[in-house]
Write a protein that binds this ligand. Structure first.
Ligand SMILES: C[S@@+](CC[C@H](N)C(=O)[O-])C[C@H]1O[C@@H](n2cnc3c(N)ncnc32)[C@H](O)[C@@H]1O
Length: 268
């Protein structure tokens, strides 16, 4: 890599994703392979060929570019901010990609943007749910933008060891020893909610999305993501969960179906 190119890449940072560019260049993102592999494991059976894909909270764009590389015909990459725009646009050019970028797209207000966002066969909702004040609204907004038979890929922080359907509120303050706001389930910018696995499944079902349990993939939350991870009093087992859910018809989601999904998830 030329010194000039290396300087340009570093000037665009800090990078979130490691994105493989032509010439053996990889952007200097986080070494979170277990998280990235967890998402790839959940989506390995999902057919992107010829599909229309909306990637939410794209950041540097790894998952939008991967969707395109897996054969998607049309990919929209969106985020709430444009702070990562220069990295995404740099990679888009380097890859000769046709991903369409939109910024200032809130996942809780997708329906308002339907005229420019369009409706899609696959929506990727990765690493976003736990940032949101109202996670359920974002899932039902995704359902409204999914084509018939379409799929939502969701990845989030979750709690594995509590069978009850509930969400743990993690507060809105960034973790900070000085002010005493350091006792957090998750550190980082605006982590707000961590649903239990049953809660995540029930939210999907309530939003009209049928969890495909055979795609469910879990990995332990990396210790670096939580400042209280080693405390013996902490009883929340934090995992990152990734799965595919299919856009269902309202009448498909009966109480009996919900019971069956929850039982299967507990046993599996
Ligand atoms: C942890 S990063 C995840 C990046 C990528 N999707 C992934 O999974 O690797 C969270 C992203 O969600 C975006 N985000 C946070 N709140 C959002 C909201 N309300 N609507 C849309 N995007 C949001 C952030 O700007 C950030 O790019």
């Amino acid at each position: 890599m030329s010194a000039e190119l290396m300087e340009r890449i570093h000037s665009l940072g800090p990078w979130y994703h490691k994105i493989a560019l032509p010439g053996g260049i990889v952007t200097p993102g986080n070494n979170w392979e277990p998280l990235w592999d967890n998402i790839r494991n959940a989506t390995k059976g999902l057919d992107y060929q010829g599909k229309s894909v909306l990637d939410l909270g794209s950041m540097d764009g790894l998952w939008a570019f991967e969707a395109e590389q897996r054969g998607a015909a049309y990919v929209v990459s969106s985020d709430i901010t444009a702070t990562c725009a220069n990295r995404l646009l740099f990679c888009r050019e380097a890859l000769g990609s046709r991903v369409v970028p939109f910024f200032n797209v809130h996942v809780e207000r997708l329906v308002e943007g339907r005229s420019f966002l369009g409706s899609h066969d696959i929506i990727q909702h990765l690493g976003v749910l736990y940032h949101l004040p109202d996670p359920f609204v974002s899932l039902s907004q995704c359902r409204a933008l999914l084509n018939e038979g379409g799929s939502l890929v969701v990845e989030t922080l979750a709690i594995q060891n509590i069978p009850m359907s509930c969400m743990v509120f993690n507060g809105v303050m960034p973790s900070d020893h000085e002010s005493g706001y350091w006792w957090r389930l998750y550190k980082g910018a605006h982590p707000q909610w961590a649903p239990t696995l049953s809660c995540l499944l029930e939210m999907l079902l309530l939003a009209g999305l049928m969890p495909q349990l055979e795609t469910l993939s879990l990995v332990a939350q990396p210790p670096s993501h939580g400042i209280n991870a080693d405390d013996p009093e902490v009883t929340y087992e934090r995992v990152r969960v990734a799965l595919v859910a299919r856009a269902a018809k309202r009448e498909e989601i009966t109480t009996e179906v919900i019971r069956t999904v929850l039982q299967a998830a507990r046993q599996g």
